[in-house]
Design a protein around this ligand. Sequence first.
Ligand code: FEO
Length: 396
Amino acid sequence: MYQPIRLFDDIFYVGVNDRRTHLFENMWPLPRGVAYNSYLIKDEKIALIDTVEIGQVEKFINKISAIIGDRAIDYLIINHMEPDHAGSVSIIRNLYPEIKIVGNKKTLPMIEGFFGIHDNVLEIKEGDELDLGSHKLQFYMAPMVHWPETMVTYEASKKVLFSADAFGSFGTLDGAVFDDEMDFSYFHDEMRRYYSNIVGKFGSPVQKTLEKLKGLDIKVIAAAHGPIIRSHIQEVIDWYHRWSSFDTDQGVVIAYASMYGNTEDMVEVTARALAEEGIKEIRIYDVSKTHSSFIISDIFKYKGVVLASPTYNNGLHPNMEALVNKIQHMGVKNHCLGILGSFTWAGTATKRLKEFGESLNWEIIDHPVEEKHALKKTKYDECRMLGKLLAEKLKN
Ligand code: FEO
């Protein structure tokens, strides 16, 4: 038995929870799992909006069957082709051979490429409307939020925005599906982590999409991951404005690599100076222990960043190199950077970290502190000064 979950009388949630997968995109940790959201509109015509990751397809089909019985699905709307959403397209096509697959001119070649499907497809473009009976679906392109073919679908009678990855969160839906059924603050960090890890590179396209959608009257945001939002609409839109423009809070993320504790000593001294100067939000992470997913998410939250690494084989500690590579790859903007390093016979770590900061046009606090062997008085004082200078920058 399955008790359908309704957004409205004839609009249903048919998504699934995944608590088994450890890594999203085989890279980003899922300590709280993830939900793949899909929606069904039952009208004169039936439309399914997105599918789910292939491993969850049986539960997904059972939910659909419980709602529509023997009726066929008329349309499958593909908002986004990444396989966490489109993974079950060919199975749905096999079960419902008459289903018409709806996408835009960038979606359709992907459908052919991934699934070999090229018949019974409907190409729509920006502003087109699909009539289901009492429900009309309108389509808006949202390129690079998160792939080039991504679009969003607006249901005009109930004012529901089916937003694909936009406004999605990591984390399963544990009983509560709607934001007003839960402590929504639980999802704030997970929404930022999803945004920063998955979509964060594409701040400018996100802003263009937000601008485009500004005129829509949105009562419900039905994203492809995480809670369905109906009580925090403006709040999450404001979050997206901030994250996509790299607008951050006063605070500092200190990420360090340390093999034997000498670099870590420098971090502790710098952090103490930051606190003494009134910075209340300080998050220290060992890059060999905390996954970059969480560090990057906090870098999207806080303006200040301190990176600290020993020199290792004439470069950065490899785990710090991996972190800065990811941040560089994402093109994260608008931060103040403090740099710390240590070495035993030849120092190169701070040079590499400075190059990293310059490549992203981050403001670099003068000057990097690099100690030979254990931390001594002169460099101890320089670490304190670096913390003080960074704090002053953040307070102004
Ligand atoms: Fe949730 Fe870009 O996939």
